[in-house]
Design a protein around this ligand. Sequence first.
Ligand code: TRP
Length: 328
Amino acid sequence: MSKQTIFSGIQPTGIPTLGSLLGAIKHWERLSTEYTCLYCVVDMHSITVRQNPEELRANTRQMLAWLIALDIDPSQNILYIQSQVPAHAELSWILNCFTYMGELSRMTQFKEKSIKKAENTNAGLFTYPVLMAADILLYQTNLVPVGDDQKQHLELSRDVAGRFNKVYGDIFKIPEPYIATVGARIMGLQNPTSKMSKSEENINDTIFLSDPPNVIIKKFKKAVTDSDNQICVLPEKPGVSNLLSIYSVITGTTLADCEKEFEGQGYGHFKTTVGEAVADLLLPYQKEQARIIADTSYLTKVAEEGAAKARELAATTLAIVKNAVGFQ
Ligand code: TRP
């Protein structure tokens, strides 16, 4: 039996966070032995919000370099940039004609963004989930690793694929969410009851993968805890629990052993130790990312080779779809 396919899209805006590293990206590395994995830097999605062209171009390369630095090996995975594979746009148009205005109006992200970006509620923002469906369906994807915020979009992809199949026969695989069995849910350092996010306004809440060691340690020292000085995992101690779970993932020690390690210690020492562990973890990745970014021709080659592989796979589905709808 051939391998199943996993597809994930990553926005090039912003720097990945410790939360996305420990919760998702670090687990992708292992998937390539079992699955055909496509990781697409979705620059076409990003222009639904106004971008500075030079910044978008640079950020797209930065993100590609991060993925490589974080051990997503371009020879084992299909790593590419969305706008270099025109089939995404072509399938997106066709799927637009199989998606209802009503469904798109119900998307939570659209509702939120159209309020926040009231001055630029463009049609792309509205049909964003259709482009996402095209990304996924083009590769006959079986599994999509998604966070909570993207579940509704994946559900829409499934509905559109099902609707298309009902008219034209079994054209698309119906994708399923990929629920990682491992992977920690890392919370914000200032607000430990919500997930660490790159769009959080308080920068002390989030560890960006590019943060230098002194900044990381400073942010951990400021992490919100509580006033009872017990270092243990408890629902009423979300801050301390989050720090323990970060430490546990990084050191590969059980939570119980981490609790033991810090028994009787003060919060100050605890926070600094966790901060140092994070800084030590990130430093080699940061160096590797900087090295890759500086190697312009290598990065260009990786992007081109990834896009070539993606174009080849996408062509098969697109040809079947075009034929089905009656194109020449
Ligand atoms: N919308 C996703 C996000 O903002 C990014 C994305 C685009 C995506 N296309 C995708 C994720 C396809 C999974 C599959 O995070």
